[in-house]
Ligand binder design. Sequence first.
Ligand SMILES: [Zn+2]
Length: 200
Amino acid sequence: MPSARTHDLITIATGVALAPITYRMLSERALFGHAEAMRLTIWLVGAHLISGILFSPDLDLDSAIDDRWGVLRWIWRPYMRVVPHRHFWSHSLVFAPLLRLAYFYVVITGLIFLSVWGLAALGVVVPDYHLQLFMSLRRLIAANPEVSIALLAGFCSGSAAHTVADWAVTSGKQLLARLGLRIRRDYSRHDDSIHRRLFR
Ligand SMILES: [Zn+2]
């Protein structure tokens, strides 16, 4: 499979390609002026890059991707253990990126809830930040429906660029195998996981 670095390059290249296509599609519609089309394009491409680089489908294995979260990498440990590698749950086109987004939201909200609950148990009164976060997000989405859709579309396209690249490599290898050819290249460093295990 492509390495994490190759996937990053694919994410950036597809993001760059997506920008003029999105801008043109949006500005050609009477609903959006040029400034609004530009704003939505920036949101969509930004979400595409964040999705591909930070919320990559390969968070389903101990890889270079979770390292990018630094001290917050523990967030993805349960996800990594539960979701099988390169399965529908992590490598499908729409469901998988939305699941990662939902998972991230649930973990962050759960953490805030536990902190509030723990402090309340100690007699410290803290506002219910988890509910405030939910209400703020709901208000933001309701007030900015176009931006919300652009963000979701970019989040899905960033993940799809990864998944399609994985599929292309798998199909290419199968095709070559059917033709009696074998790829000599060593893919064992997919996402640097095995490499990390050996040299850590
Ligand atoms: Zn992958």
